[in-house]
Design a protein. Structure first.
Length: 146
């Protein structure tokens, strides 16, 4: 069951990325960059390191994605006044303006993949996925402590 489950979960993730990439073409962002924009807009002034921890992405990948978003005008990065080695990330107006479109893409994807599910099934699935995500985060955090 586990390998089949992980295979199917991976397929859903890859399909979601393809869908989002196509939908975000007009915004000029990739499917992985939406979560960066959403988190930065919710947490203006977040450090790159904190962002890495929140979205469970390696620091080097965060730096690369942020560099791309900065080049595209979605964010700015400034040195942290308390720690010059750390960079703080802020959204630009362009990022703030992209939020409704990003949320609409998420809403549309969810509606399409959940078509045919009853409200009860949707709620059950959401609870199961939330629990799965929490378990995955715990496993990841335990692995980081080794």
């Amino acid at each position: 069951m586990t390998s089949r489950f992980m295979k199917q979960l991976g397929e859903v993730w890859r399909c979601a990325n393809l869908y989002r990439t196509a939908q975000y073409e007009s915004l000029g962002i990739g499917s992985y960059q939406d979560s960066y924009i959403l988190h930065i807009c919710r947490n203006p002034g977040i450090s790159q390191e904190a962002l890495s921890s929140i979205i469970f992405v390696h620091k080097s990948n965060v730096a690369r994605q942020l560099s791309s978003l900065e080049e595209k005008g979605f964010i700015t990065r400034t040195p942290d006044p308390q720690d010059r080695r750390s960079l703080l990330v802020y959204p630009t107006q362009k990022a703030l303006d992209a939020i409704p479109a990003i949320r609409e893409v998420h809403r549309s994807w969810n509606e399409r993949v959940l078509a045919g599910f009853t409200q009860e099934e949707r709620e059950f699935l959401e609870k199961c996925i939330e629990r799965l995500a929490e378990n995955a985060k715990c496993v990841t955090r335990q692995g980081e402590q080794r």
